[in-house]
Write a protein that binds this ligand. Sequence first.
Ligand code: A2P
Length: 307
Amino acid sequence: MSEIKLPEVELNIYSKRNPVEVPVVENYIITKESSPNFVRHITFDVSGTELENRVRVGQSVGILPPGEDDSGKAHKLRLYSVSSPTEGEHGKPHLVSTTVKRTIEEFGDKLYLGVASNYLADLKPGDKVRMTGPSGKRFLLPENAEDFNYLFFATGTGIAPFRGMTMELFRSGSYKNDCVLIFGCPYRTDLLYSDFLAEMSEKHPNFHYLPSISRENRRPDGSKHYVQTKLEDESELLIPILQKENTLIYICGLKGMETGIYMELMKRGLNSYFEARKELPEDLSEIPRDELKKFIKPSVRIFEEVY
Ligand code: A2P
C-alpha cells in the first residue's frame, strides 16, 4: 500500500479567547421544502484573516454564539465541519463553508432550540460571527490523495466534509481510483447536496453515490436501510474495492454508526482495517455490538469523526 501522508496543519490560530470576526456571505437551505428538517449551507468570508488559505477540508471551525445561558455563563463554542474544499468555496481560498442543521428538540412539553445552530441558521449575508480554528489534524485527505480508493460513510450533516473531499478529488480530472459516498438519512427530502452528487456520478464513472434512506422502505429481511447495509446490498461494487490494499474508509456522523460498519466489515473477513485488542470468538454474533471495540480498534486505514 502507498504510505498515507497526512498534510501538516496549523491548529487553533484563533482560540476561544482570541476569536476572529468574519462575515457570512451566503446562507441557504439545502433540505427539500417538504422536509421537517432544516439544514443550511453557510459560507463565511475569512479574507484578511489568518484563516485564509489555511482551512483544509476535513477540519472544523468553531463558532461562538453571542450571549449567555440562563445561569449567566457565556454560550459554549460549537464546532462545525468544513464542507468547502481546501481550495475554498467557489474556488476562492477566502471562502469557507459549513453545513448546519437547526437543532430542535422536545423536552416534556417544551421545545428546545440549539443555541449555536439556530443562531447560525438565522444569519443574513453581511452579519458577522466570532470564529475559532481550524481544528482537527487527522480526519484529512492524504497529500497523496490520488493514490487511494475511498469509501465515505456519512449520516445527516456528517456529509459536510465529503462534499469538499469529493470536489477536491475530482477537481483536476486526473483521479483514477474509485470513490464511493454512502449517505444515510431518514427520507428522500433529507438528502443533502444530492444534485451536486448526482451530477458528479454522471460525470465520473469512478464516483459512486449510494443514498441509503432508512424510513421509506425496508430491506427484504425487514431491517432498515442503513449506511452499513450497503456493504451487503451493493456487495458487487463495494467488496472488490474494499479488498484492495490502497482503500481508505472515512466515517462521519452519528456516534455509534462506526460499530455497525466495523461489524459488517469483520463479517466479510475484511480484517485488515483493524488491529486486534484481544482474540475474537469464532462466531462474531457472540459479541454484543457495544463491546466490539473491546476486541478491535480501527487501523490507520479508517478515519472517523462521530459525534
Ligand atoms: P433512523 O433514524 O431512521 O433509525 P439524520 O441525522 O438526518 O437524522 O440522519 C441520520 C440517519 O442515520 C438516519 O437515516 C438514521 O436512521 C440513521 N441511523 C441511526 N442510527 C444509526 C446507526 N447506528 N448506524 C447507521 N445509521 C444510523
